[in-house]
Ligand binder design. Structure first.
Ligand SMILES: [Zn+2]
Length: 420
């Protein structure tokens, strides 16, 4: 390796991150909404960087960006290094973007040295669920996995459906609506995604990067409604009450007990009810609420655990509804299956990590990523996590460029070692 090269590349990485942060400010963080003009501007900027470094630039029919060495533009089969360019509102600059910049750097590093197998960098749109309520939109559209419900999902701010926002950007949604894959999945030999870690493990363990073994799936309910009967908080005796707030508390306590039991028996589970509320137009300190609605996000690496939790949820809701004379309505369930990373890719990435002088380390991913969508489409997929402070989906996320460069070197070493 040329001694000057890492410096040049890390300076370039720093400049790309700084420039894109400046292009999409929002409060203390950044906002790059899914399928918006801001997202397009970010993609255009990255395309300019790619062209300036002699790379070829293309777009697929879902509006995602593709970069590669010119000689690989028409390759039948290729490896993909990618991630997403959108962000949550007032989010951090590295979530998603780091994986795209890593792909660009891998290609720029390969300029002049060549790659034995073709590699393409993929800049995906619309991974975050913050804008249309469901996630992985760019990778689902690309691989024919987008549902009609997702295409019709309203934008959180303007209420217009995703299909309209896509059409605004010149994307023809007919093939996407028909569930057609916009690329033959067997053309992708493997998908590698570098991403910041969104939990505390690598900081706690003082490790710059890790190979991911699997991604938790989830079942999610945007708003479960529990309906009881409103009444005077002083005048209605307990026996006559149909209090939806206590019913919800009952349910969450039972779910929490089950969670602990699953962990104690070696299972994998996390469970969150992050949006909870009674109707502000009707609620009062002195009033038993008529109804309450709450979100529920249940995640596990195990399909069996998720299925068990779904059954358990419905059984307990039925029991509590009977005991407390209330009713539950879960509304639509938003499922995402767990995804195991490809064993051969995991092994080879661990070997690449060792070859760059770092003790190999692997871990599970608690958050979902586009890599799961590729795995679901039958594409071998793997991920590298990079150490990052303060979690993500907030402006305080903090990834050191030195750690990021460790992650990109692992991917470069992995790709250079692959045999055609
Ligand atoms: Zn992300």
């Amino acid at each position: 390796m040329n001694a000057a090269e890492p410096d040049t590349l890390s300076l370039l990485a720093q400049k790309i991150f700084d420039d894109l942060r400046a292009m999409s400010p929002d409060g203390a963080g950044v906002s790059r909404p899914a399928y918006s003009s801001i997202e397009t501007r970010a993609l255009d900027y990255l395309s300019d960087v790619a062209r300036a470094h002699g790379l070829a630039v293309d777009h697929d029919a879902a509006g995602n960006g593709w970069f590669c060495l010119p000689e690989h533009r028409d390759a039948d089969r290729f490896m993909v290094v990618g991630s997403h360019i959108d962000s949550v509102p007032e989010g951090g600059n590295f979530d998603g973007l780091a994986g795209v910049v890593a792909g660009l750097l891998v290609l720029i590093r390969a300029q002049g040295r060549g790659l034995r197998i073709p590699v393409k960098c993929l800049a995906l749109r619309g991974e975050e669920s913050a804008w249309f309520g469901s996630c992985y939109l760019g990778s689902k559209a690309l691989t024919g996995q987008m549902t009609a419900t997702e295409l019709a999902a309203p934008h959180k701010a303007d209420g217009r459906p995703l299909a309209d926002h896509m059409a605004d950007l010149g994307i023809d949604t007919a093939a996407i609506a028909a569930g057609q894959s916009l690329i033959a999945p067997d053309r992708i030999a493997g998908y590698v995604e570098l991403h910041i870690e969104q939990g505390p493990l690598l900081v706690e363990r003082d490790i710059p990067a890790a190979v991911v073994t699997g991604i938790r799936g989830n079942i999610r309910y945007r708003a479960i409604t529990c309906t009881g009967e409103g009444g005077h908080s002083g005048a209605v005796p307990r026996v006559y009450r149909r209090d939806p707030v206590l019913a919800m508390a009952d349910l969450l306590t039972r779910l929490d007990d089950s969670w602990l039991h699953i962990l104690q028996t070696g299972g994998d589970l996390v469970l969150t009810s992050g949006v909870v509320g009674t109707d502000p137009a009707r609620h009062a300190i002195t009033r038993i609420a008529d109804s309450i609605s709450f979100s529920l996000d249940i995640r596990s690496q195990s399909t069996e655990v998720l299925a068990h939790m779904r059954d358990y949820l419905h059984e307990e809701m039925a029991d509590i509804a009977r005991v407390r004379s209330v009713s539950f309505d879960t509304g639509p369930e938003i499922p995402a299956a767990p995804a195991l990373m490809d064993k051969t890719m995991v092994r080879d990435l661990m070997e690449a990590m060792r070859s760059t002088g770092i003790e190999p380390f692997s871990m599970a991913s608690g958050a979902g990523h586009d890599a799961a969508v590729f795995a679901q489409a039958g594409v071998p997929a793997a991920m590298i996590f990079v150490r990052n402070r303060n979690g993500s989906h907030n402006p305080r996320e903090a990834m050191e460029i030195a750690d990021f460069m460790v992650g990109t070197r692992i991917i470069s070493a992995y790709l250079e070692a692959l045999q055609p």
